[in-house]
Design a protein around this ligand. Structure first.
Ligand code: GLN
Length: 541
């Protein structure tokens, strides 16, 4: 029997609700239960694909090609589950569904209203959970009190009445601000946030209280009394030194006990050894490396969420600490390469648009010439191909159609047709921007004897994509002259997926996003190998 836990947030945004949902999933797994994690996003975009990374953070892509909220990345990294299209929905998508049904005439003349039509659509989404997981955890994006969240609160209230209180729990995460002049943590915003929820008919069963430390018994009792929750169900969610500590902390603070009690399930000691080992490795590194990430969205590091985690996973695999140096590619164009001089590895991540591209290319030249390990991801691979074509090949004007549509030497261009399995997918310059890239998991064949095949230890891999442009294989002679080797290709041999250089200790570009599949307990082989190569560099000054 599937049980549902809805996680809402109150007081302020950015409390780490996604992380909390993921960590709760991990603790329930440690008790032997299976989990599925999903997210309801109240914003009006149909998906986050067209949103600016510096506003909304990374777009997390699933195997089946959905562009989703970055919290799904947390879910995969903590619970090891593979999320899919059915695990994230937005108000925009809900309305798109409702309105296309209205146009088809499916509502038989009814007046379409938020209640019941929109709320029913939300409930249908919730019910679409496959039913095999012991627990389905559903996070509500945004904060209680937002206008957009109202239909979602109404939908989950109705859902609970329909399937029964014993199968549905409401967990609410709030903030306790510390007021230094009073020398106290204040509970009032939590009380207000709970009363706001109550005004929509939702009494939270558990409160997860964010503060920089653990609550005192007095604070727990006070919150319990004012918010109509038993004191054991007021759980501290203190700041953690490493995010991988959070499942352990939640167990120590009694969140798992509160949840299992609520559902009348027996409680025994969970097996948290996976998390204990990871935390131990993170806290006791045997060395350190510094990696420069040369990107454009460095003002909001959430834009690189999975990348940051994957680099740390590479560190965990090598028992080393990975220090990240964020280098603004645009600044690098003006101020020169000084920031790269003492790093052991250089990475150019995914990106869109022209700003900063020349800085990225300069960083790549520097990594190539000085034999510093280089890892190019998606745009970072495209830039590496442009760099080599310009500086070593026969195309001094090499560029990408994304940046110079009319340029005759574009080594990166728009492919209008390609195969996904047996299906032909198409796109054109005029195609909508939203949801029309090469998205999701695609197979890739590795060249025998290449560095990539050694790293992966196999001949065929599958990785997730999110890009519109491709390296143009027709410039093969130029690439050979430039010393580029294509060590991974699409099964039809048309789309280059991995490049490397034989004249360099570690120089790899990948057209896909390997960071999306890395887990702390299963670090991605490319990140593991990249960090290992960086550790061999003696550039520490
Ligand atoms: N802008 C490039 C493209 O669309 C690369 C995208 C990316 O790095 N994810 O092809």
């Amino acid at each position: 029997m599937t049980r549902y836990i809805f996680i809402t947030g109150g007081v302020v945004s950015s409390l780490g609700k996604g992380l909390a949902t993921a960590a709760l999933g991990a603790v329930l797994q440690a008790h032997g239960y299976s989990v599925r994690l999903r997210k309801l996003d109240p914003y009006l975009n149909v998906d986050p694909g067209t949103m600016s990374p510096t506003q909304h953070g990374e777009v997390f892509v699933t195997d089946d090609g959905a562009e989703t909220d970055l919290d799904l990345g947390h879910y995969e990294r903590f619970a090891g589950v593979t999320t899919n299209k059915q695990d994230n929905i937005t108000t925009g998508r809900i309305y798109t569904n409702v309105l296309s049904r209205e146009r088809r005439g499916d509502y038989l003349g009814a007046t379409i209203q938020v209640v019941p039509h929109v709320t029913d659509e939300i409930q249908d989404f919730i019910k679409a959970a496959d039913g095999t997981a012991d627990f389905v955890l559903i996070e509500l994006g945004g904060t209680v009190g937002d206008i957009e969240i109202l239909p979602f609160l109404e939908a989950i209230r109705q859902f609970r009445n329909e399937i029964g209180h014993k199968r549905v729990m409401f967990a609410h995460m709030t903030l306790l601000p510390y007021i230094s002049v009073a020398g106290e943590y204040k509970t009032k915003p939590t009380q207000h946030s709970v009363s706001e929820l109550l005004s929509h008919g939702i009494q939270p069963n558990v409160l997860m209280c964010r503060a920089d430390r653990v609550l005192t018994d007095g604070e727990r009792k006070k919150i319990a009394q004012f918010c109509n929750v038993s004191p054991e169900n007021v759980v501290s969610a203190p700041d953690a030194k490493t995010i991988y500590q959070v499942p352990i902390t939640y167990h120590e603070e009694g969140l798992d006990r509160a949840v299992l009690n609520y559902f009348d399930l027996p409680f025994s000691k969970p097996d948290l050894s996976r998390w204990e080992n990871i935390v131990h490795t993170v806290q006791n590194p045997e060395g350190a490396v510094t990696i420069a990430v040369v990107g454009k969205y460095v003002t909001l590091l959430d834009s690189y969420k999975s990348l940051i985690e994957a680099l740390h996973h590479g560190g965990i695999a090598n028992k080393t600490r990975v220090n990240l140096r964020w280098v603004d590619a645009e600044k690098l164009e003006k101020t020169g390469l000084e920031e790269l001089q003492d790093v052991q590895g250089i990475l150019v991540p995914g990106g869109f648009g022209e700003r900063g591209t020349e800085g990225k290319i300069r960083a790549i030249t520097y990594a190539r010439e000085n034999k510093i390990p280089y890892f190019g991801i998606c745009f970072g691979m495209q830039m590496a191909v442009i760099e080599a074509s310009r500086n070593l090949g026969s195309l001094p004007e090499a560029n990408s159609s994304e940046l110079r549509p009319e340029n005759p030497q574009n080594v990166v261009g728009l492919m209008t047709e390609w195969l996904k399995g047996n299906e032909l997918e198409t796109r054109h310059e005029t195609t909508d921007l939203g949801g029309t890239m090469r998205l999701g998991a695609y197979p890739c064949f590795l060249e025998q004897g290449s560095l990539a095949s050694k790293i992966y230890g196999g001949a065929e891999i599958s990785e997730r994509h999110r890009h519109r442009y491709e390296v143009n294989i027709n410039y093969k002679t130029n690439y050979n002259q430039a010393g580029l080797v294509f060590s991974g290709m699409s099964p039809d041999n048309k789309l280059p997926e991995i490049i490397e250089r034989n004249d360099h200790p570690w120089f790899i570009g990948v057209q896909f996003h390997p960071e999306l599949k890395s887990k702390p307990f299963a670090p991605h082989p490319l990140f593991k190998s990249f960090i290992a190569a960086a550790m061999k560099q003696e550039r520490l000054v």
